[in-house]
Design a protein around this ligand. Structure first.
Ligand SMILES: NC(=O)c1ccc[n+]([C@@H]2O[C@H](COP(=O)([O-])OP(=O)(O)OC[C@H]3O[C@@H](n4cnc5c(N)ncnc54)[C@H](O)[C@@H]3O)[C@@H](O)[C@H]2O)c1
Length: 348
């Protein structure tokens, strides 16, 4: 039987953190989870309505930059493991809205957690990061991102994430802090804040509005179901080797236009609903992840490339079936509008 674990989940009120908490509480009835989240515009406690009375779950509002509070929460709850999802995550905001918050949470915040790990009895810390730190591939590049690919981020979001990842490496080498860094590709699934492409397009269709596609629509992302991502993180929590980087991806490259057409197809809408808009500055052409290393450790996606359409259909249906969740979130639409409506729907 597994030793009991008390996991501090930083950023557990966001998209992936919420899915991770649900997965862990379901799979390990003797584990405890403390969700530590600042509740930025992207944090949503409605994600946890079904578990808020679970005795193994607790929420604490806090900022990862606040080391004193982190130390207090770790000691009070006898935390054994930490996983960090807390970050500013919206690329467009990092470009058009300023990068300061990104550096604070994504770089400085990670360094604060590393200090907390260093001076407390923490068995393992996983810093959840992104394939965007590797920069961009060309459409015809044969070599895709491995763990050895140099870190060459092109956007403020990715650069701030890379700063956190490099700190993890430095703390492992210098202080032997038990840390793992993961680089995952684009996630889809339930509970994603609707400024991100898939839920954003679903809501646009429901409102009868056109779907703004950047540039020529041929940029490629490597899509993974969020459930497969959290399964990989669960494996690393138990079997990952300290000081290592692990790529996570399910070999599912899709161009933005292909993805957009799948969503339109589901709603039986025509391609006339697509509106090509001015490209995002510094828009990376292609991401593609080589996940051989984590597969060797025993992970396989439940939604590989051939099941993408099914995963997407289930995701769309989740948003349609959870109108309350959507409507509560829709109250925050002004914050979305600042960044989304301005940049997507105004004539460029
Ligand atoms: N979404 C993706 O496709 C994807 C892909 C690869 C990696 N990632 C990484 O996974 C992590 C989670 O992404 P997500 O999509 O769930 O993000 P999200 O934006 O949905 O959630 C982020 C959460 O972090 C919280 N937060 C932000 N700053 C904080 C701070 N300083 N202190 C405490 N909490 C804070 C927010 O309130 C929110 O609940 C991020 O680190 C992101 O870089 C995301």
């Amino acid at each position: 039987m597994e030793n009991k674990k008390v996991i501090l989940v930083c950023g557990g009120a966001g998209f992936i953190g919420s899915n991770f908490i649900h997965y862990i509480l379901e799979k390990y009835p003797d584990y405890k989870v403390v969700n530590y989240d600042k509740l930025t515009y992207a944090g949503n406690l409605n994600n946890h309505k079904k578990i808020e009375n679970n005795p193994n779950y607790k929420f604490v509002q806090g900022d990862i930059v606040d080391l004193e509070k982190l130390n207090e929460v770790i000691k009070e709850n006898k935390i054994t493991h930490i996983i960090n999802f807390a970050a500013e995550t919206h690329v467009d905001r990092s470009i058009h809205g300023g990068a300061k918050e990104f550096v604070l949470s994504n770089t400085l915040g990670v360094q604060m957690i590393l200090d907390a790990v260093r001076f407390n009895e923490i068995e393992k810390f996983i810093n959840v990061s992104t394939d965007e730190v590797y920069g961009a591939l060309e459409l015809d590049d044969e070599n895709i991102f491995t763990e050895e690919t140099p870190i060459t981020p092109n956007m403020p979001y990715a650069a701030a994430k890379a700063g956190g990842d490099l700190m993890c490496n430095a703390y492992f080498k210098t202080h032997n802090v038990p840390v793992i860094v993961t680089h995952c590709s684009n996630n889809y699934g339930p509970y994603q804040f609707p400024e991100k492409l898939i839920p954003f397009f679903i809501f646009k269709i429901l409102k009868g509005e056109k779907l703004p596609v950047y540039g020529d629509g041929l940029n490629i992302r490597d899509w993974i179901h969020v459930r497969d991502h959290v399964k990989a993180l669960d494996l690393l929590l138990h079997k990952g080797k300290n000081g290592e980087i692990y790529n996570i991806g399910s070999d599912n490259e899709r161009s933005n236009i292909e993805l957009t057409k799948y969503i339109l197809d589901y709603f039986d809408k025509s391609e006339d609903m697509i509106e090509y808009v001015k490209d995002r500055p510094g828009h990376d052409r292609r991401y593609a992840i080589d996940a051989t290393k984590i597969k060797k450790l025993g992970w396989q996606p439940d939604y590989p490339k051939e099941k993408f359409k099914q995963g997407l259909k289930e995701t769309i249906e989740w948003y349609l079936d959870n109108k309350d969740w959507v409507e509560d979130l829709w109250k925050k639409k002004d914050e979305m509008n600042k960044f989304q409506e301005d940049f997507f729907t105004k004539k460029q």
